[in-house]
Design a protein around this ligand. Structure first.
Ligand code: DOR
Length: 303
């Protein structure tokens, strides 16, 4: 009754961990059996290894957190040589590969390498990282640039391609439609919202890079609204992300149109949140008279 589907791949339940909050699974697998997840999206992976942005690059604040990690990751070759073989020992489902790049060609190259890995079910194209110059969000705020990345990745792979969108745009449907027309098989949204905090003692921004991506429960209503709009605008499946931390919010996202969801910042507050949300889903479904989760997708649009 929790089963759902994303681009032809069946998920035992709709709950995935969002990229950047679950690494490549190692740390969480020490806490609990991560096979309870529907899946997870691994850390945004680039062609070359990256150390990321200067510290401090994380700030906690009310109802969320700001990060300016800057796509720290070991690079695609190391992920293939070390992380994926280890992942196969702790996770027996398909994983989502989140990829980043600084040019259209780079995205395509990383995608092509990861496309050959059996355990990867989907390629999630991160065109929405707010923390890197000349990459990430630069592609995710311009429909033509987004379309070029998606087209190049589609040409390079056979696995389903999911475009991960930024909330830092005025018309989210325009971005979703551009990605769909460029061949995306699905849309995931939203990445983090650009934000900042200022330290009253130093009177300077808390984050070394001044700004960062804001995520956490405060963005849930905005993310839900965008999922609702994108579901109306495209025919491809939608994955809902943004401030989710409860089973009730998973159901709201699915009623808005998500066929699966990703939990992000909440993993950093409570590492057991994904497991708890999955545990709570049957009870909340019973309470609201829901027999099959997949039957409620987009239900809030009827009538
Ligand atoms: O908020 C984010 N931080 N979004 C991303 O896509 C990447 C991440 C980072 O590494 O900076």
């Amino acid at each position: 009754m929790l089963q759902t589907e994303l681009c032809g791949i069946t998920l035992d339940n709709p709950v995935m961990a969002a990229s950047g909050t679950f690494g490549y699974g190692r740390e969480f697998a020490e806490l609990y059996d991560i096979n309870c997840l529907g899946s997870f999206s691994f850390k945004g992976t680039t062609l070359e290894p990256r150390f990321g942005n200067p510290t401090p690059r994380i700030a906690e604040c009310e109802a969320g957190l700001i990060n300016s990690i800057g796509l720290q990751n070991p690079g695609v070759e190391k992920v293939i040589e070390e992380e994926l073989p280890h992942l196969a020992t702790i996770f027996d489902k398909k994983v989502m590969a989140n990829i980043g790049g600084f040019s259209v060609e780079e995205y395509a190259q990383v995608a092509q390498r990861l496309d050959l890995c059996d355990q990867i079910g989907w390629i999630e194209v991160n065109i929405s990282c707010p923390n890197v110059r000349h990459g990430g969000i630069a592609f995710g705020t311009d429909p033509d640039a987004a379309a070029s990345v998606i087209r190049a990745v589609k040409d390079a792979v056979r696995k389903p391609v999911i475009a991960k969108l930024s909330p830092n745009v005025t018309d989210i449907t325009k971005m979703a439609i551009a990605c769909e027309n460029a061949g995306a098989d699905g849309i995931s949204l939203v990445n983090t919202l650009l934000g900042m905090r200022i330290d009253l003692k130093t009177k300077k921004p808390v984050i070394a890079n001044k700004m960062g991506g804001f995520s956490g429960s405060a963005i849930f209503p905005a993310a839900l609204r965008m999922v609702y709009q994108v579901y109306d605008a495209v025919k491809i499946p939608v994955v809902g992300i943004g401030g989710i931390a409860t089973a009730e919010q998973v159901i709201e996202m699915m009623l808005a149109g998500a066929c699966a969801v990703q939990i992000g910042a909440a993993n950093l507050v409570d590492p057991y949140v994904c497991r708890n949300v999955i545990r709570d889903l049957p009870e909340v479904m019973r309470k609201y008279g829901i027999a099959e989760l997949k039957d409620i997708i987009g239900g809030a649009h009827n009538g």
